[in-house]
Design a protein around this ligand. Structure first.
Ligand code: BG6
Length: 524
């Protein structure tokens, strides 16, 4: 516990004492409709690329190990080059070994490898699609019943070409997905466009080939357990919802800090930057889950309606907001990375303030920040509650001593929830100290947390679009960040920061002008 500065009301400790941890008791499954997916063929375009090796193949391997896949599930990789299926499997094995959540043992790998297949060819070549058609027909004979998921893990520039060829070869058909009929779904990776206009064009284009119910716009943050838990915490406990509004909440911080840099993706990152890479999708999605109204049900459309609704209530940023409430940074050394321009203005860090004009949130600032090469890897939502009226504690020091409570939703790592509040230090005086009540998933439930891609791939195979982005919310998220992109791209002005630091001081000044501060990042 903290010792006092003032005899009666001491300063609260900046590093609060951890008060307790929590033991979890599993109460039951609310997802009554969750079922094993139907047998299907999963076709991955861009199968030799980084995402397939780092995320998709490890996710499929793990769901197979967990017996969550239906028999048969056939995984067909499509990529340039002329790999045989055996070579494709051999290329994937070290990647899966490196990135898999569970150990890769030879027997399990052999089982996984037998579900793999490969088509090598150019995306504009009809022969590629004829070969794919033959593989899909063979899979259907094995028992996939014509169900298919196409995963577009390629640069967005080739989406139109792939969809047009798939349609031309009758591999996709625009139709409302109906039970009992073979399913045909397409997962589209981010970045979903590069600004509002291109995202709208992309949506229009995809909409000509596929019905909205067939389009699965993936944002892997939505598949994270801790992100899904935001709704359970808010709506499964009667103690939080009454406080979840402007009467009790002072401000909210949403941070996605990474300690890694751009990992050799210079050309991609130059064209993208942190606003498109993280804020437009991951952080605005998390913000919409934190701020949405109570949905009528947990159905995909009810949840997505409420998320869209709250994004529509977010105030559009104007010139003044971008100048005063948005900060961009770039880590020193970024310009020396491969594929990066020597005078690059691409932000690797951004912090921005959003306001939501709704009955619930009027006047509560939401600060979003994301950055690469920061002091620590941490994704977190901090809900700062209002300060208490100081009438009870008349001493001058009270204001600085009684730190308002903070509820932290820790998305990663050390997934969990904690509540910081003040308590009396035992003794004669009214000494107060900060305490931190913490629950971690690892302690509470003693279960491994599966990777977001595992959950999302299974959901798509089940036809559950709840955790995928609907067209309207993608559109609105672009609308919200469009002024930032436009102004920043027209005017140079990144603030530099040191790798391993907390980001540019300008971001502290920005939040400080409102009388608030960021949760401190700590060098690991
Ligand atoms: C991706 C971004 O969407 O998310 C990457 O393109 C980023 O730049 C990654 O590193 C972070 O994901 P996670 O799950 O590690 O927080």
């Amino acid at each position: 516990m903290t010792e006092s500065r003032h005899p009666d009301l001491p300063a609260a400790s900046p590093t609060p004492t951890v008060m307790s941890s929590v033991t979890g008791e599993i109460l039951g499954d609310l997802s009554t409709k969750r079922r094993r997916p139907d047998p299907a063929a999963i076709v991955i375009f861009g199968a030799t690329g980084d995402l397939a090796g780092r995320k998709l193949a490890p996710a499929l391997y793990n769901v197979m190990l967990d017996n969550a896949l239906a028999e048969p599930t056939v995984i067909i990789g499509v990529s340039r080059g002329d790999l045989t299926t055996a070579k494709f499997a051999n290329q994937l094995q070290p990647r899966v070994t490196e990135f898999s959540r569970q150990k890769v043992d030879p027997a399990a790998w052999t089982r996984f490898a037998t579900s793999l297949d490969f088509v090598g060819g150019e995306f504009d070549d009809d022969a590629t699609y004829l070969a794919l058609k033959a593989k899909l027909d063979a899979a259907a004979t094995k028992g996939t019943r014509g169900n298919r998921v196409f995963y577009l893990s390629t640069p967005p520039a080739v989406f139109p070409l792939i969809l047009q060829k798939l349609q031309q070869h009758a591999l996709i058909e625009r139709a409302v997905q109906a039970p009992g009929k073979p399913s045909c779904r397409v997962i589209v990776e981010k970045p979903f466009g590069r600004d509002l206009v291109s995202a709208r064009q992309l949506n229009e284009m995809i909409g000509t080939y596929l019905h909205e119910s067939q389009i699965y716009r993936i944002d892997h943050y939505l598949g994270k357990e801790t992100v899904q838990n935001i709704l359970v915490l808010r709506f499964g406990n009667s103690i939080f919802e009454p406080l979840w509004n402007r009467n009790h909440i002072d401000y909210v911080e949403i941070t996605a800090a990474e300690s890694i840099g751009i990992e050799g993706r210079g050309a991609f990152y130059e064209a993208t930057g942190v606003v498109r890479d993280i804020i437009q999708n991951h952080l605005l999605q998390v913000m919409s889950l934190v701020t949405m109204e109570v949905p009528a049900s947990f159905s995909a459309d009810d949840i997505r309606d409420e998320k869209s609704q709250v994004l529509r209530s977010v105030r559009n940023l104007d010139l003044n907001d971008v100048a005063n409430h948005c900060v961009r940074g770039q880590y020193r050394g970024y310009r020396e990375e491969d594929g990066v321009a020597a005078d690059s203005q691409t932000p690797t860090y951004a912090a921005m303030r959003f306001m939501i004009d709704s009955w619930r949130w009027q006047g509560v600032p939401f600060y979003l920040r994301a950055g690469k090469k920061l002091a620590e890897r941490l994704t977190e939502v901090n809900i700062h509650f209002r300060a208490v009226p100081l009438v009870l504690f008349k001493e001058e020091a009270a204001g600085s001593v009684l730190q308002p409570a903070v509820l932290t939703l820790r998305i990663q790592p050390h997934e969990g929830i904690s509540l910081r509040f003040v308590a009396k230090v035992p003794g004669e005086n009214i000494n107060v100290g900060n305490v931190l009540m913490t629950m971690t998933y690892a302690d509470a439930f003693k279960r491994p947390i599966s990777e977001a891609y595992e959950r999302l791939l299974l959901d798509c195979m089940r036809g559950d679009a709840t955790l995928f982005n609907r067209r309207d919310s993608v559109d609105r998220a672009w609308e919200l960040i469009q002024p930032v992109l436009q102004i920043w791209e027209a005017t140079p002005g990144v603030h530099f920061y040191d790798p391993g630091s907390v980001g540019p001081p300008a971001a502290d000044e920005m939040i400080g002008r409102d009388g608030h501060s960021w949760r401190e990042l700590v060098r690991g």
